[in-house]
Design a protein around this ligand. Structure first.
Ligand code: CP
Length: 302
């Protein structure tokens, strides 16, 4: 994986995914390893973030790297009209690797084509979020003991949810049964469903959350992505479609884990947090180990 950009989850093979997960497990045991001293990591966030940016910066710090970048493009020369191309070409001269989030689909691929250093896609519009997928896979393997033969429900905004798109594609490498719960207007795009069909796997579509709870090993809740709607009225219509409450979990399997890439708005009530099946905050912690593994692998020190 040395010098290999990660733009789409499919840029890395199933074997490379597993290598990252195994290395992340090593970093979980020994998180402080100064193996990237003298290295500079650039985090360029053109869109808001808490977990992805801070866990990348935490990962880089724990490995001894320095971090440069911005969390708001309004504080960069983009504000003066500088193009993405010129920004990336410039930052390539200052850093050994670029971690970028941008609201436009395809922007990360474009950046990887013009950059002189590897680029990690930290989310490009509603397209992909591959590093989230690797931490989701890590979390599934850690809690279920396997990645194969699982029933996984994806709930909420399956149309605009980039974490869903990347994770569905990655899980097509395993014998996953997909349960897709969404309002009719927010169904999983056919460009993602084709990956399921190509592997002869099964998916089932629902509009009611209660229908899937007893069936699944993982309940992957997602936020309705308000920022992707062009008409606010459309958002208002679907914003409260799914709200998971603690009592709804009474019929769930003993091994169920509730995951969510976060941030949440109102789709999981606070009373679920104390349920041992809630896993979303541990999931976010796993992001540090997975991002340590990615930085170390791409920068060629592991
Ligand atoms: N999961 C995720 O991408 O969270 P942030 O938007 O806070 O980075």
């Amino acid at each position: 994986m040395k010098n290999k950009s990660l733009v789409s989850i499919t840029d890395y093979t199933r074997e490379e995914h597993i290598q990252i997960l195994n290395l992340a497990a090593e970093f979980e045991k020994h998180p402080i390893q100064k193996i990237l001293e003298g290295t500079v990591v650039a985090t360029l966030f053109f869109e808001p973030s808490t977990r992805t940016r801070l866990s990348f910066e935490s990962a880089a710090s724990r490995l001894g790297a320095k971090v440069i970048g911005f969390s708001d493009s309004a504080s960069s020369s983009v504000q003066k009209g500088e193009s993405l191309r010129d920004t990336i070409m410039t930052v390539s001269n200052y850093a050994d690797i670029i971690v970028m989030r941008h609201p436009k689909e395809g922007s990360a691929r474009f950046a990887s084509e013009v950059a002189a250093v590897p680029v990690i896609n930290a989310g490009d519009g509603s397209n992909q979020h591959p590093t989230q997928t690797l931490l989701d896979m890590y979390s599934i393997r850690k809690t279920q003991g396997k990645l194969d033969d699982l029933n996984i429900a994806f709930v909420g905004d399956l149309k605009y949810g980039r974490t869903v798109h990347s994770l569905v594609m990655a899980l097509c490498n395993y014998n996953t049964t997909f349960h897709l719960v969404s309002p009719n207007d927010l169904k999983l795009p056919s460009s993602v469903k084709i990956h399921i069909k190509d592997k002869n796997l099964h998916y089932y579509q629902y509009t009611e959350l209660v229908d899937v709870i007893p069936k699944v090993d993982v309940l992957y809740m997602t936020r309705i992505q308000k920022e992707r709607f062009s008409d606010p009225i459309d958002y208002e219509r679907v914003k409260n479609s799914y709200i998971l409450k603690n009592h709804m979990l009474d019929t769930s399997k003993p091994n169920l884990k509730i995951m969510h890439p976060l941030p949440r708005v109102n789709e999981i009530t606070i009373d679920v947090d104390k349920n041992p099946k809630a896993y979303y905050f541990e999931q976010a912690l796993n992001g540090v180990f997975v991002r340590q593994a990615l930085l170390a692998s791409i920068l060629g020190v592991k």
